[in-house]
Every structure is written in structure tokens, then in C-alpha cells.
Write a protein that binds this ligand. Structure first.
Ligand SMILES: [Zn+2]
Length: 417
């Protein structure tokens, strides 16, 4: 069953040559501008052959590549990190029904970095990775051989790969399989208790607006029967930013949605819903200002000392953090898309900044500013039932599309681990 079949490999050669010709032209153009850059290798075909005990995944590629291989658990998958590869691999093989491998995907993971992810049906480890020059002398068969193994060996290998990570990630308990069937969404109504959040004229407090919105969103999500939903506060009580993150991590949340409605003192004209993702560098000055203000919530509320967030380092932690960031970007885009067709959004509806509440390394997290209490139009909307119905509906639909796509095989420009 694992027998060769180089005719399909050779069929890829014409495509490689065509792609290489394009790269060559581009290379000459940029060299003429003063910067000669090595062309990115091009992969033109992918082929999976497998049995119940072994599997072989072969890419025809324009030159040899050397991956860093990492086995991961929950779900079991093998990640191969590569320098950037231009994957011109078109047709997705349908998910396999039998064999070691259930599916695989490949694509750009970060600027300059590509990744292949092999989803496993049974425990298996990489037995060899080879680059073999094909008979044409111009292209390479990049082959990953997997061999089935037992559960213990796999777990040991995955834990060894994870070893540099410190306790919080490595020691996360296994998910309860019953509970894991339904994704857990943690809704985080901002502020509370001694911390009122933004205060608008007429006595409207951010903490009350976001709490009632969060309750409506919770009811809406629960009504679908598809999620478990948890709130970081169930009443008008102060919860520190660090504790909000810990609540989500301890519960092994699949998604964390923080709800706010702030003021932007310097920008009374700013209005409309905005979705934020976490990042070290803010996309713009307003986002920076907002994150700074939010991050002071603990100090303003008189919390004893500002907590230092748990810093987790190591290769696996970095990997996890990067994949989490991609998932966060994905849900943010989904909310912008679904909310955008239902209501008015901010003119730059997806932004990012260093919000402390968005720092869980292993939980996809977004912060939604429903609107701005510095805008009178927004204050009116945020208190209207019609608007709240529309907004919770749009967010719930974005969440359901996010989870539907997250479980499907992701293909295209970006690859999710
Ligand atoms: Zn706020």
C-alpha cells in the first residue's frame, strides 16, 4: 500500500518550473532594485499514503527543506515548522476514514514561517524526514514517514517536547471528555463593584451596561444548546484582571469574550462597536489609550498590589501562544463580519492593543467595546433592547461560525495548528 508512484510526483514538475520561473523574474526585479533575496521554495503537490500502522506524506518541492518536528497532545497532532514555503497544493485530500492520519494541512503560519500539521487518529511519531532528488534532477520529494506507536510513548514524546514550558501549560489536566463535547465560552463583563468603569452623563455606568449585556449574551448562547457558558462575575462585584484570566484558564475555556463600553476622553466623536485582540504593540493611539486605562482598573479599584501576570516561556508555550493569537484573530474577524451586517461598527472595527485581560496564552480571547459612553448616540443604543438583541444575535452567530470552522480542516493562506 505504501508503494511509490512517482508519476504523480513528476506531474508536479511543470508546475514547479512555472512557479520557479515567476520567482526568478521577481528575484531579478528585486535584485535590480538592490536587494537580492533567496526565492521561497515552492511545493506543488501533496500525497498521503497510509495503513493502520504507518503513513507517508510526500510533498514535491523545488528544493530541500528541514522542519522542526513537534508532537502535540489534545488533540494528537504532529506539527512541522519550516521556513516559508509557497504551497501551491490545490485539492484537499478528503479526510481519511482509516489509517494513522485523519487529515493534514499546510500553509503560512507567520511571516517567513510555514507549517504542516498532521492530525492523528492513533498515536504515531515521525520515523524519518527525507529530501530525495527526483529523477528530473530539479525537484525534491520531501517525505515525512510516520510510524504508529503506543499511547505511553506518544505522551512521553509530547511531554518531552513540552518540557521547556513551565507548569501552568504543561500540567493542565486532561479535559473531561463529557464536558469537552461542548465548547466552553467564558463571558467577562468588564469592571464591577468598586470599579464602575466609564461613567457617562446621566449616571450611566459601564459596569451595569456591560453586565446586563453579558447576561443577555449568555442566555442567547445557552439557548442554542451548543455551548457551556460561564461568567467571570455573576453580580456587581470587583474581579481583578489577573483573576479574570485565571478563571478562563482554570476552566479550560475555549473562548474568552470580554465586554466593555468605555469613554475615549480625547475623542468624543469615536463611536460604534470595536473588537480588540491582544498584542504587545497597539494598532493606534486610541487603542493604546484604552488599553492603558483598562489596565489601571485594578489599581483604581484599590487592589492591594498590581499582580504580575504569569509569564510562561519555552518553545511549546510560544507555539501555543502563537496558535492562540491566530484563533483570537479569527474570532475577532468573524464578529466584525457578522456584527457589521447588523449594526454600525467603528470605522476601524478590528484593532489590537496590550490589554491585560487578553493575555491568556492558551485561550482565544477578544474584547468587545460595544460602543463608547463618550458618544451620546452610543449611550442611547446601548440601552435599547432592539440594539441589544441585534448585537447579541450577531456575536452568537459569529461564535457559532468560529467553532464550526475551528473544527473543520483549515486550508488556505494561514494554517491553524
Ligand atoms: Zn471598560
Amino acid at each position: 500500500m505504501l508503494g511509490g508512484g512517482f508519476h504523480t510526483l513528476r506531474a508536479g514538475l511543470a508546475a514547479i518550473l512555472a512557479a520557479a520561473a515567476l520567482c526568478g523574474l521577481a528575484g531579478r526585479a528585486s535584485a535590480a532594485e538592490g536587494g537580492a533575496r533567496a526565492a521561497v521554495p515552492v511545493a506543488v503537490s501533496a500525497r498521503l499514503e497510509q495503513t493502520e500502522r504507518s503513513a507517508r506524506l510526500t510533498f514535491v518541492i523545488s528544493r530541500p527543506v528541514h522542519p522542526v518536528v513537534t508532537p502535540l497532545e489534545r488533540p494528537d497532532r504532529i506539527v512541522l515548522d519550516l521556513p516559508e514555503v509557497n504551497f501551491q497544493v490545490k485539492d484537499a485530500a478528503p479526510p481519511a476514514r482509516n489509517g494513522l492520519v485523519s487529515s493534514f494541512r499546510q500553509g503560512l503560519f507567520a511571516p517567513g514561517k510555514s507549517r504542516i500539521v498532521i492530525d492523528l487518529r492513533r498515536p504515531a511519531l515521525v520515523a524519518s524526514v527525507t529530501n530525495t532528488t527526483l529523477p528530473d534532477g530539479l525537484s525534491t520529494a520531501f517525505t515525512i514517514e510516520l510510524a504508529g506507536t503506543d499511547r505511553d510513548t506518544y505522551v512521553k514524546a509530547a511531554r518531552a517536547a513540552a518540557a521547556p514550558a513551565s507548569e501552568p501549560l504543561a500540567a493542565a489536566p486532561a479535559r473531561d471528555p463529557q464536558a469537552a463535547a461542548k465548547p466552553l465560552v467564558v463571558i467577562d463583563p468588564g469592571h464591577g463593584g468598586v470599579d464602575p468603569g466609564a461613567m457617562a452623563e446621566g449616571g450611566v455606568n459601564e459596569k451595569d451596561i456591560v453586565f446586563s449585556f453579558a447576561q443577555k449574551l449568555k442566555a442567547r448562547l445557552e439557548a442554542t444548546g451548543r455551548y457551556r457558558v460561564m461568567m467571570t462575575r455573576e453580580s456587581d462585584v470587583f474581579v481583578s484582571l489577573g483573576e479574570r484570566v485565571r478563571i478562563a484558564r482554570r476552566a479550560q475555556a475555549d473562548l474568552f469574550v470580554s465586554i466593555h463600553a468605555d469613554t475615549l476622553s480625547a475623542s468624543p466623536k469615536v463611536r460604534g462597536m470595536t473588537v480588540y485582540t491582544g498584542s504587545e504593540r497597539a494598532t493606534d493611539v486610541e487603542s493604546q489609550e484604552l488599553a492603558d486605562k483598562e489596565n489601571k482598573a485594578d489599581a483604581l479599584a484599590g487592589a492591594e498590589s498590581p499582580e504580575t501576570m504569569e509569564e510562561v516561556s519555552g518553545i511549546l508555550a510560544d507555539l501555543t501562544r502563537r496558535e492562540t493569537r491566530l484563533f483570537s484573530q479569527h474570532i475577532a474577524k468573524q464578529v466584525v463580519q457578522d456584527a457589521g451586517s447588523a449594526m454600525r461598527l467603528n470605522k476601524n472595527p478590528h484593532r489590537s492593543a496590550g490589554f491585560r485581560v487578553l493575555t491568556a496564552p492558551d485561550v482565544a480571547s477578544i474584547l468587545i467595546e460595544l460602543g463608547y459612553l463618550s458618544s451620546n448616540e452610543d449611550i442611547a443604543l446601548l440601552q435599547s433592547d432592539a440594539w441589544r438583541d441585534k448585537a447579541t444575535g450577531a456575536i452568537a452567530s459569529a461564535i457559532s461560525r468560529y467553532f464550526a470552522q475551528r473544527t473543520a480542516v483549515v486550508r488556505g493562506a494561514a494554517v491553524s495548528p
